[in-house]
Design a protein around this ligand. Structure first.
Ligand code: PMV
Length: 344
């Protein structure tokens, strides 16, 4: 038994926070060039209310990397992806030091709420700091992308693009550019059956419409980008919904099918389209899960929140505004002490 004071102090540590992001123009599918590059361009909005905080400790007594997510030790493939990022940082820092990673999400993990995006973005920033590496935002974005492609976009705040086969994401417009919101309707918060990585491989291999998706996605990306820059709600709404439907159509027509949408998801799609026809600024998008994210104007958030709270099958509602870029935080004394005590 060791007391907290007897534990060796870390030789390096870094703490960071990153927000999740939701794509307005979706990516689905990896480039044949490998390296976790994407097959289509995407454009996202970083969300202030969905955050991951990660702390990386380099402790001399560690003989292998330890990864703790929301208080639970992570094993298997999820851990391997974290270790791969740490390996790249070790290589750049010419270090062989193992790390302990503690990460906390303030939203349900693996529920189609892009926890891997905020997770890998926070990990890239925190681990670079722990290893003493002064990397640029583009270099950090590239590191996050190699862990999870959508994470490349969470390095930046506001509206962010990740071009087809791009190494890093790039900012399109700041969080202040447009007073919009993404209101998330959580329909199921459990772990998803098919991971996005596995789902993309299955889609590329078996969906007869996949080539059509690769063809059309760049045009929808350009349309979303032009709409965002012009703050043209209707233009973004139409292109975002089309991007969502096309992506889900390729998923559902894969063999075996990948069907993330539930009954409540489809009911909400109908309701949102009906409301937009009646002049409300609302549009839907869904990712690798059943949750519906409603894109709306800042002035209309209350109305959307009320509508979603009154919808059968919606478990929680999370209002998200445009969020900031990923950033380092001051190390947290309490977390460190608690974690050491647990280890003793
Ligand atoms: O997080 P990834 O890179 O495994 O893929 C997620 C892809 C979608 O969320 C479905 C779409 C997107 O562009 O974020």
């Amino acid at each position: 038994m060791r007391t907290p004071t007897e534990a060796k102090s870390p030789i390096g540590r870094g703490r960071a926070e990153a927000c999740a992001n939701i794509a307005l123009a979706k990516y689905w599918g990896k480039s044949s060039r490998g390296g976790n590059l994407t097959a289509v361009p995407s454009l996202s909005l970083t969300l202030d209310a969905l955050r991951t905080r990660t702390e990386v400790f380099l402790e001399p007594e560690l003989t292998s990397d330890r990864v703790v997510l929301n208080g639970e030790e992570v094993e298997g493939r999820a851990r391997d992806r974290v270790v791969a990022l740490l390996d790249r940082m070790r290589f750049m820092a010419a270090s062989s030091q193992k790390a302990r990673v503690e990460s906390q999400n303030d939203f349900p993990t693996a529920a189609g709420l892009a926890s891997s995006a905020s997770g890998f973005a926070a990990l890239a920033v925190a681990s670079a700091r722990a290893f003493g590496l002064a990397l640029t935002a583009a270099q950090l974005s590239s590191q996050a992308r190699q862990g999870s492609a959508s994470a490349a976009r969470s390095l930046f705040g506001g509206f962010v693009e990740l071009d087809r086969e791009a190494d890093a994401a790039a900012p399109v417009a700041t969080a202040e550019h447009w007073d919009v919101a993404m209101v998330v309707a959580v329909i199921a918060a459990g772990q998803k059956d098919v991971s996005s990585t596995g789902g993309m491989v299955q889609t590329a291999k078996t969906c007869p419409y996949y080539p059509a998706w690769l063809d059309k996605a760049p045009e929808l990306f350009r349309e979303v980008k032009a709409g965002v820059l012009a703050r043209d709600f209707a233009r973004v709404a139409e292109a975002m919904e089309e991007s969502t439907r096309l992506m889900h159509a390729t998923m559902m027509t894969s063999v075996p099918p990948i069907l993330y949408l539930r009954g409540a998801t489809v009911e909400l799609m109908h309701e949102i389209v009906r409301r937009r026809r009646n002049g409300e600024p609302v549009a839907y998008t869904m990712d690798a899960g059943p949750n519906v994210k409603v894109f709306t104007l800042g002035s209309h958030v209350k109305k959307v929140e009320q509508m979603l709270r009154a919808t059968e099958g919606v478990q929680h509602v999370i209002v998200c505004r445009p969020g900031p870029r990923a950033a380092t935080l001051q190390p947290q004394g309490n977390l460190t002490a608690a974690a050491r005590q647990e280890e003793a």
